[in-house]
Ligand binder design. Structure first.
Ligand code: NAP
Length: 438
């Protein structure tokens, strides 16, 4: 019997558990750890609350979670409650699927001003991540600036722009729903340091901006390259750019029917955030493309910014004893191998890119490596104690482990508390989650 510990119960973690079940059948026992008492990581706290169809993948993960050889071990922080070295004593393979839950810094003056957030924090706030539930962004100003032109920037801009009725059927948490209903924002600027042909936004998600009840996207026609230049783009990006063209073609009097404007500002690199205590404006430098990279032109301007959300990518949290690649912001690894018996997968392996589905081949490839390493004798003989050993350690330390059965009770309570038409009302603090398991 082989014993695997997977750290992180998001998509990377559960796809890897599924791959291990397929490869080893009844010859493996898998413990899936999470620092929260609730599973699914990014699916629960990253995917936008108004994108419920994407969240449905959790049903597939539940199938893995409910099988006899997989356990959910919630409310345990690896690196604090238990060390990596201790896990390596107990399990044949330890697989880090911890994602990239930290914001990358902009590295410009003023980043610490009030009402400046990274997307991990802001998305965590509206999705009820216990770490960010108390963020309390001030939405009473006129203008929000969203930095970055990826899908996270789109999520954030859309959530800021939506009218209360547009959250029907979503699982946005009460504190965010209430704050957004009171929002006074009239302008949301999406700031990109490169041009329309360099956006990282996918067509379906970008198209949604054109269908909002009270907000209209605006692209200046002069910012767009000549239409024939779109021919060289790959089809997905070409489709996205066609949305930008449609936004640019919308007459002003039609846009003016909606009270909130979503403005695309291209070729604009953030230089400084300005304000006394709270951010008031942002200094940007106009850029030009030099071999695909944004280079400053020296021309600067300052635009109003009452709220700033930087959606510029994420970093993995380091774990004591695990080699870390500081520059890349993830574990140092060679195709998922960190050290003998220690692996990583998903965003913790390759950085924060790709869709949820990208983690599936990632998980399967990692399990392939483990199969090879077992054959090569790297993991030694199958003598480790696995979950039984962990349970003894947890009892000795007085850890309050949350099981999958406990989670099902928490889930039931969340579903019971849902407002009409919504799938659930999430608990936003760890104590409430633990109380709900009964
Ligand atoms: P992303 O796609 O890599 O986009 C990051 C954006 O930030 C880029 O526009 C980038 O510009 C910009 N940026 C980076 N550093 C910057 C700086 N210092 N100053 C100004 N701009 C900067 O990342 P993401 O939006 O965080 O998304 C992460 C992954 O999750 C992506 O693969 C995304 O597709 C996926 N996702 C998918 C969905 C969905 O399918 N619905 C939803 C959310 C996220 P440059 O290009 O110039 O570097």
């Amino acid at each position: 019997m082989r014993h695997f510990a997977i750290i992180g119960s998001g998509p990377a973690g559960y796809y890897t558990a599924e791959a291990a079940q397929k490869a080893f059948g009844d010859e493996v026992r898998i413990d899936v750890f999470d620092r929260l008492p609730v599973p699914y990581g990014l699916i629960r706290t990253g995917v936008a609350p108004d994108h419920q169809s994407i969240k449905a993948v959790s049903r597939r993960f539940e199938k893995a979670a409910l099988s006899d050889n997989v356990r959910f071990v919630g409310n345990v922080t690896i690196g604090e409650d238990v060390t990596i070295a201790e896990l390596q004593e107990l399990y044949d393979a330890v697989i880090l699927a911890t994602g990239a839950p930290r914001d990358r810094a902009l590295g410009i003056p003023g980043e610490d001003l009030d009402n400046v957030f990274g997307s991990a924090a802001f998305v965590g706030w509206y999705n009820g991540h216990p770490e960010f539930a108390a963020l309390a962004p001030d939405l009473s100003g006129n203008t929000a600036v969203v930095i970055g032109m990826g899908n996270v920037a789109l999520d954030v801009a859309r959530i800021l722009a939506k009218a209360p009725a547009e959250f029907a059927g979503s699982d946005i948490v009460a504190h965010a729903r209430e704050a957004l209903a009171e929002s006074r924002l009239q302008k949301i600027v999406i700031l990109g340091r490169r041009g329309p042909h360099q956006i990282m936004m996918t067509p379906k998600e970008l198209g949604e901006l054109g269908e909002l009840e009270r907000a209209a996207p605006h692209v200046a026609a002069a910012d767009l390259p000549a239409p024939e230049e779109d021919a060289i783009l790959e089809p997905g990006l070409r489709k996205s750019v066609s949305h930008l063209r449609a936004f640019a073609a919308t007459p002003e009097h039609i846009r003016a029917e909606k009270p909130v404007e979503i403005e695309f500002a291209f070729m604009s690199s953030p230089k400084a955030l300005i304000g006394k205590d709270k951010v008031e404006s942002i200094e940007i430098e106009k850029t030009e493309l030099v071999r695909g990279r944004a280079e400053g032109t020296g021309e600067t301007e300052t635009i109003r910014a009452d709220l700033v959300i930087a959606c510029i990518g994420y970093r993995t949290s380091p774990i004591p004893g695990v080699p870390f690649d500081e520059r890349a912001g993830r574990f140092a690894n060679d195709e998922g191998r960190i050290l003998p018996g220690l692996y990583c997968v998903g965003w913790a392996r390759r950085g924060p890119s790709g869709t949820i589905g990208t983690n599936r081949p990632d998980g399967y490839a990692t399990i392939e490596h483990i199969v090879e390493d077992i054959a090569a004798g790297v993991l030694g003989r199958a003598t480790r104690r696995g979950g039984v050993g962990f349970d003894a350690l947890a009892a000795e330390r007085g850890l309050d482990v949350v099981s999958f059965n406990d989670w099902k009770k928490i889930e039931e309570a969340e579903e019971k508390a849902a407002r009409e038409g919504a799938p659930r009302e999430k608990f936003v603090d760890v104590e409430a989650m633990i109380r709900a398991r009964g």
